[in-house]
Design a protein around this ligand. Sequence first.
Ligand code: PLP
Length: 356
Amino acid sequence: MIADRVRDAALSLPEAPAYLYDLPALDEHAASVRRALPGIELYYAVKANPDAELLRVLAGHVDGFEVSSGGEHAHVTSLFPGGRVALGGPGKTDAELRLPHHRIHVESPNELRRLLDTGLEADVLLRLNPDLPVEGAALTMSGPFGMDEQGVAECLPLFTDRVRLRGLHTHLASGLDAAQLLTLAGSLLDNGYDEVNLGGGMAVSYAAPGSRFDWAGYGRGLAALGRGRTLRIEPGRALTAYCGYYVTRVVDVKRVRGEAYAVLLGGTHHLRTPATKGHDQPFTILPTGKGQGVADEPITFVGQLCTPKDVFSRKIVSSAYIGDTVVFEMAGAYAWNISHHDFLMHPKPAFRYLGA
Ligand SMILES: *Cc1c(COP(=O)(O)O)cnc(C)c1O
């Protein structure tokens, strides 16, 4: 269910499709996350959504931003000159290794050697890819990310007065609940580093839009584990997913071999999240249509792309009439910025901000 102010704004949008961001809701959510984590440093992983309006709201609550490319670095440092930046990402170029940072997350022994070759000062967290079981994760960050214990051991003798080892960085998996993240944090903190960045990956449930990650429980658990150490986390999705909406309109309703379809303006080239994650994107229908349609039956909602993958949600019992307004929820993270905008050359959505 969407808030009244979101519904009113969706109904008064001059154009569709459009992204609508609820900035006061983001402000409130970020403040509550911040309150739940006393003594823990909170960074935002910019790759979840780099929209400048969202970053400006978040800047009032976070201690810094985690960037994963030279592009994100330029974007964030131009918005917040002098702000704290943690620079991560696999495959950093020589130019990226030279960028100013508060921390740089080194992904391999050879990357550390190339960092030393720059001749610049650096404050390093080694990205460890630990051999820990992560059950129930949506996406496990194993494989090429970071290094194993052997890689870390190879790095340790390379540090100098100029290129300083500050601690460890990990980002284990995406879609974990607080108890799972605390278990993983417990095993990592056993290794005696004074500073540990525990990454992001806090669970977001698209099947239960009203549920939230247990920030308070996570904060209490981290406080118990921290004990004088610097602990930092860098969530992305769990901060911004909830404040974004993709608002569009029903352009056709039809039945093909018995199955009902609603065809919407736009598509997964604007909101790729359901296609990449393979889920049904939650939505609310506002009955603005006066045309033909179907009522109270399973409807598959698709977009305007000429591909069977252009599906927002499958066989959800609902009603849809031509001209109805469809508000997709939870479209504030890994949505517009991961989408293949130019496929089929349809117009881009508008961007509107509540409370700006
Ligand atoms: C993607 C990423 C994050 C954020 O992950 P979420 O699942 O969006 O919280 C944090 N740290 C690193 C290193 C990442 O790659």
